[in-house]
Design a protein around this ligand. Sequence first.
Ligand code: AMP
Ligand code: FE
Ligand code: FE
Ligand code: ZN
Length: 284
Amino acid sequence: MTRIDLHCHSTASDGTLTPADLVRAGAAAGLNVMAITDHDTTGGWAEAAEARPEGLSLVRGAELSCRWRGGKRWPIALHLLAYLFDPDEPRLAADLSRLRDDREQRAEQIVDLLRADGVPISWPEVHEYAAGGSVGRPHIAQALIRAGLVATTTEAFQSGWLGGRYFVPKSDLDVFEGVRAVRAAGGVPVFAHPRATKRGPVVPDSLVEELAEAGLFGLEADHEDHSPAERAEMRALAERLGLVVTGSSDFHGTHKTVRLGAFVTSPEAYEKIVAAATGVSVLG
Ligand code: AMP
Ligand code: FE
Ligand code: FE
Ligand code: ZN
């Protein structure tokens, strides 16, 4: 059986395994294909490629922080997985760079809000946890855990903390711009966890339809944040719109409990993604 996990994070963003340890862990977990998809960065690609064990195919990718302005009151945040794009394509590279800058500014704002309420954490501490990678709320959660204010990352995302009272939105990339930029760089865009309601409001099916017309290639139906009914809905929507269906763990190391390969993608869907990409090739 071919085991394909197309959504994994490393210390290049908010995962807890280095890119080298991530690919080794993928092979040890029995994966045949693994994608490295850090938030808004290709910073882990080289190390993952260098450490790739024999027998593991590596798909180089990223997860882009996007938003849709059509939400009734606020823009809705959504994530776009991008596979096998050319990292040197100037427009997408500039988009990614801006997204990482936004992340830093926003994390500093969150830290300022917390400090104003007397929470004993600091921006240098959070920045250190990010270790040169894309900064995210899990790094702030780590500081809150260190300060003894919450016990787990999940608790840090509750409404009294990073999920509400101290929530600051990122400015993010317009999702249509994201789809076009990924395609222009020869990459393949797949909508990550499109029904993950626990993270906030989700977009209507009509938007998915518009995105499909704009070049979206697939929907990540099988994800731990989807109920069985939501997985079935996403399959049906993908079928109706001619999109491929993927499944993946969204592994983050110890920042989450999900294990590598907890959800997988079919070889057929994987082959279609690879065939549609013209940016960089699969390694191995
Ligand atoms: P950010 O990208 O800075 O907005 O932070 C979002 C990241 O935090 C996601 O990519 C997940 O890794 C993590 N995350 C989001 N919601 C939760 C949650 N409820 N519990 C734990 N981690 C979460
Ligand atoms: Fe994450
Ligand atoms: Fe995501
Ligand atoms: Zn992810």
